[in-house]
Design a protein around this ligand. Sequence first.
Ligand code: XIL
Length: 407
Amino acid sequence: MPGLGSTSLRSKHVRLIAVAYFVSAAGCSTGTPNSGGSAGESGVGGAPGGGAAAASGSADASGPSDSVAQKYAGDFPIGAAIGGWHLDNLSAILERDFNHLTCENAMKTAPIHPAEGTFDWAEADRIADYARAHGMKLTGHTLLWHQQTPAWMFAGVTAGDASSLELLKSRLKTHIEAVMDRYADVVDNWDVVNEAISDDPKKIYRDASEMSKWYELFGSEEYVYWAYRYAHDALEAKSAGSSRGKLYYNEYTVTLKVDKILTMFDWLKNARGIQVHGVGFQSHESLRWPGTSDLQSAFDKFAAAGYQVKISELDVTVYDDYSTGTFVPSPVVVLTPELEATQARRFQSLFDLYRQNKGLITSVTFWGISDDRSWLNNAPVPGRADYPLLYNAAHAPKQARGAIMNF
Ligand code: XIL
C-alpha cells in the first residue's frame, strides 16, 4: 500500500473529507424532513449502465430468497443508512436486502433539534415507524458530533466560564434525554459520540483546530464523559439494565486510531466509571486501503479489550485521490465493468473478513443503497460522481452485490 496507508497522508485525506462534508452539512442545518442530507446529493452519478432499470426500487430480484440480509442472517444484521427519500423510492430493495436501519441525517442534532426546545421529529419518526412495522432495529446516529450541531447549542457559552458551561451541559442532557426517550424501543445501539479522536498522530482528541466546538468550550475531552453519562442515565432511568450493550463510539480511519480510542475507553471506564460497549468502524474504504490484515489487527485489539465492533458506514469509493502522495483529486471516471469487478472483489474480501469475525461484529451497515444518493458524490470533491454502493444510479444491483452473496 505505498503511500496511501501512511498516517500523515491519511490524516490529510480525512481532514479534507471532513472539510468537504462539513460544508455540505451546513445545508442541512435547518433539518428539512426528507432532505436526506444536502440537496446536492441527488442528481449526480448519472446511471452507468442504467438502461431501463426501475426507479421504483424493484430492481431485478431473482426471488424472495435472494436477500443479502437473509444470506447473512446467521452472521450479523445488514443495515442501510437512509432518509425519507429511500422509503419513497427504494422500499422494495430496502425490504429485500436490509434488516437494520440508520438515519443518515434525520437523528442528528441540527435536523432533529433545530431550535432550543423545538424538535422536528418527522423524518426520524417515519424511519423509526418503518423499522417497527418491519421488525427492524435502528442505530441511533448520533447524539454528539462536532458537525451538524445547531448554533443555538453553543450560544452564550464561553470557554473557561463555569456557569455557562453548566448551560451547555444542561442543553446536551436535554437533547440526549429527548432523543433517547423517543426511540429507546427501536434503537439497539447508540452512536453516543461521533469522531472525537484527532487525525493528528501527536494528539489524542480532536480540538478546536479540527473544528470541535465541544472541545473548545469544555477546554478538554470532558464533554465526551458527559455525553456517555447522560446517555447511560437516560436509558437506565427508563429501565434498569437497558443501557447494556448499547453505548457505542463511532469513528473513521479506525485502524489508525485504535490505541487512542482504547485510551479514551480506559479513561471513561477507570477515571469516570462509564463503560462504553463497542466501537463503530465507519469504513469509508477505498479500493486498496485499509488492508484486511490491518483491519483484523484492529478487530483483535478491541476484542481483547472486551469491546464489540460494528461496521457502521460502509462504502467503497472508486477514486484514489492520494496516489501521488498529496491530495490531487482523481479525474472523473466512468464505472466500467472492469472497475465494477475490482470493486466487487474488494467488497467480497471485506465481507469474507467480516464473516470470519462474526462473533465480534454486531452489524454491518452500508452508508446508503444506490450510487445516485451517496454522500461521496459531494465529498471530498463536490459534484464528482462516485460509485460506492451495492446498487447503481438506476437502482439495479451491481457486481458488488453478487460478490458478497457468493460464498
Ligand atoms: C454525512 C451524510 O451522509 C451527508 O448527507 C451529510 O451532508 C453529512 O454527513 N461520517 C458520519 C456521517 O458519521 O454522519 C456522515 O454522514 C458521513 C461521515
